[in-house]
Write a protein that binds this ligand. Structure first.
Ligand SMILES: [Zn+2]
Length: 235
């Protein structure tokens, strides 16, 4: 019988960029299997600082949970003064956010969101390390390799043995609650994200499309997201 060491499982989760491992069964040393689903994740603020950006000055807050997973909040204004602040939950995309890749629209969405939140005067962006729709950076690059050989983004994930979208919004919802936010106006095109946040007690008062101008290099990818993943896109 396989004994799963919790430490190794957490290291694996961190390496793969999984936001949470709460649904993984953990075999304890006495042999019983217990699920961690009901354990309440403790969130703490690890740091807070001022962050001037091209879109205005935000407060950057680093949050950690009991499993040492992190999430970053970029906060504009006084959230407590707004009934339902404007929120973007952005999944990390190294290739798009940092290298300005046009395979996806992540960087354009990130910029649109920061600009909209700055303009609104109060709101926040949560940046979560769920790279490659939750499969991790290296697997995302493997999926790109398969896409270069003719597969689309969903087929590539499945060829690698993953679901089309592996993300989970529990940690994001818990982080919002930690920051005192339970009602939001969400910048998103993704119905799964809305359902995922509502499942964990966040009320979405309004969905605001997050559709920057598209580059022709990302159009095929966006059409697949619309057709196969149900994203609410005009492409
Ligand atoms: Zn991306």
């Amino acid at each position: 019988m396989l004994l799963v060491c919790r430490y190794l499982l957490e290291a694996f989760a961190a390496a793969e960029g999984l936001a949470r491992i709460a649904h993984y069964p953990v075999r304890t040393y006495n042999g019983s299997v217990k699920r961690k689903r009901n354990s309440r994740p403790r969130i703490r603020k690890a740091a807070e600082a001022r962050l001037p950006t091209r879109f205005g000055t935000f407060r950057i807050v680093g949050l950690e949970n009991a499993r040492r997973q992190w999430i970053v909040a970029l906060i504009k204004g006084r959230l407590s003064r707004v009934r339902a602040p404007l929120v973007r939950i952005h999944s990390q995309c190294l290739t798009g956010d940092v290298f300005t890749s046009l395979r996806c629209d992540c960087r354009a969405q990130l910029e649109l969101a920061l600009e909209a939140i700055a303009r609104a005067g109060a709101g926040l962006l949560l940046y979560e390390p769920q790279e490659g729709r939750g499969i991790g950076l290296i697997n995302k690059l493997r999926a790109y390799e398969l896409q270069d050989n003719g597969l689309d983004t969903v087929e590539a994930n499945r060829r690698l043995g993953f679901p089309a979208d592996r993300r989970n919004y529990a940690f994001a919802a818990q982080s919002l609650r930690f920051l005192g936010v339970t009602k939001i106006r969400l910048l998103s095109n993704n119905p799964d994200k809305i359902a995922g946040l509502e499942r964990y007690g966040i009320k979405i008062e309004e969905r605001i499309p997050c559709e920057p101008a598209t580059h022709r290099a990302s159009r095929t990818y966006l059409r697949v997201k619309k057709k196969k993943l149900g994203h609410l896109l005009a492409v």
